[in-house]
Design a protein around this ligand. Structure first.
Ligand SMILES: [Zn+2]
Length: 376
């Protein structure tokens, strides 16, 4: 199908307020217009997209690891990129412990400003190439401090990120991530370093890691300080633990967004409360599937939460460790959960409206989003 005729078909469906879905085109009726998978994918690729939950540590290209290892004296013990991918990518049947080991071969990347600048640049480049126009990336800056300080990590990541934004039609901001296992003193040092870089692209503080043994309430003081200095707050919660962990993130740390929030639905009253407050869920479908937090994506709760008024977004979480793309995640939600093109567009737009940008920046980006959208 020629793209112009194709877009015309799509626009007709939009004018008739028909949801556009994946399916047999001959089934199209007044209720929905169906497109085959390939045609639907073209529209998802064209769609201006946003990504709010993506870790630099999980977004390092295997090719870059292989190329840089000899320079820094790292022995990967592999003969080529395919072998390296088998080592660092999640495979079906592996679990959370396997996931944590995936990062071991390339920790050296985070010890040097020049390699950090490069992987940060390439992460933004990967997103821009698949049509992401706005991204909030995150990094945990506590690496090997004897090699590179917290300040050194953040400065290098910001430099790579800003350079990529100058070279590609994408905007990005940085979220600084704390690990739940940190002592309070260390978490506060990270928070101070994040606050000091607000004018240079840092917008928020995040909490990640072992949700089971380290409750968010432990970090109340750190998040109170960050908020008092103007940083936003997002907290990983409701992935390994149930609604009680989400309540802690909201009440102790005043989270404006929740990373994952997968298990929110176990408490229907909390679903209503999260919707009422407009707290956004940064959902990462295949990430949840690959670490066995969900069995498959058929009953993935994103659409149920969305229909109950909870703002939801879609992200890759760790794109190279999980071998994912954002287009692939949008397609998975369309194929497995029946989301329409228009619902995916709303989710993309939610990524701007619930971003940690200033209101004027959101308005400017939203008008760019509308110009780029094939159905607006
Ligand atoms: Zn995450």
């Amino acid at each position: 199908m020629k793209i112009s005729a194709f877009i015309w078909l799509v626009l007709t469906a939009v004018c008739l307020a028909q949801p556009i879905k994946i399916g047999d085109p001959d089934r199209s009726d007044a209720q929905a217009r169906y497109l085959n998978r390939d045609d639907f994918r073209v529209l998802v690729e064209e769609m201006p997209k946003t990504e709010l939950h993506t870790h630099l540590e999980g977004a390092v290209r295997p090719e870059t690891i292989l190329e840089l290892a000899p320079k820094y004296g790292a022995d990967l013990g592999v003969s080529g990129v395919e072998e390296l991918k088998r080592k660092i990518e999640m495979r079906p049947g592996e679990n959370l412990l396997d996931f944590l080991k995936k990062f071991d071969p390339f920790r050296f990347i985070f010890d040097h400003p020049e390699s950090l600048r490069r992987v940060s640049y390439e992460m933004i480049e990967d997103m821009a190439r698949e049509g992401v126009i706005y991204a909030e990336i995150r990094v945990n800056p506590v690496k090997h401090e004897e090699m590179l300080s917290i300040d050194g990590v953040l400065d290098a990541v910001l430099e790579g990120m800003h350079q990529a934004c100058r070279d590609y039609p994408i905007e990005a901001r940085l979220i600084v991530s704390l690990n739940r296992s940190y002592p309070l003193e260390s978490a506060m040092r990270v928070a101070r370093a994040a606050v000091a870089r607000q004018g240079r692209g840092v917008v928020a503080l995040d909490l990640a890691g072992d949700e089971v043994h380290h409750p968010a309430s432990k970090f109340k003081e750190v998040f109170d300080y960050a908020r008092s200095q103007g940083l936003h707050v997002t907290i990983h919660a409701g992935e390994a633990m149930g609604p009680e962990s989400i309540v802690q993130a909201l009440e102790s740390c005043h989270a404006e967004r929740i990373g994952h929030g997968l298990r929110l639905g176990e408490d229907p009253h909390l679903v209503q409360e999260v919707a009422r407050r407009g707290v956004t869920l940064e959902m990462c479908p295949d990430s949840n599937r690959l670490i066995n937090a969900v069995k498959d994506l058929k009953g993935y709760p994103l659409i149920a939460y969305k229909r109950q008024g909870v703002p939801v977004t879609i992200s890759t979480d760790d794109r190279h460790i999980f071998d994912l793309t954002l287009v692939g995640e949008y397609m998975a939600m369309a194929e497995e959960c029946g989301l329409s093109l228009q619902e995916l567009e709303q989710i993309s737009l939610t990524g701007i409206r619930k971003s940690f940008l200033k209101e004027a920046e959101k308005a400017r980006l939203e008008s760019r989003w509308s110009e780029l959208s094939p159905t607006q």
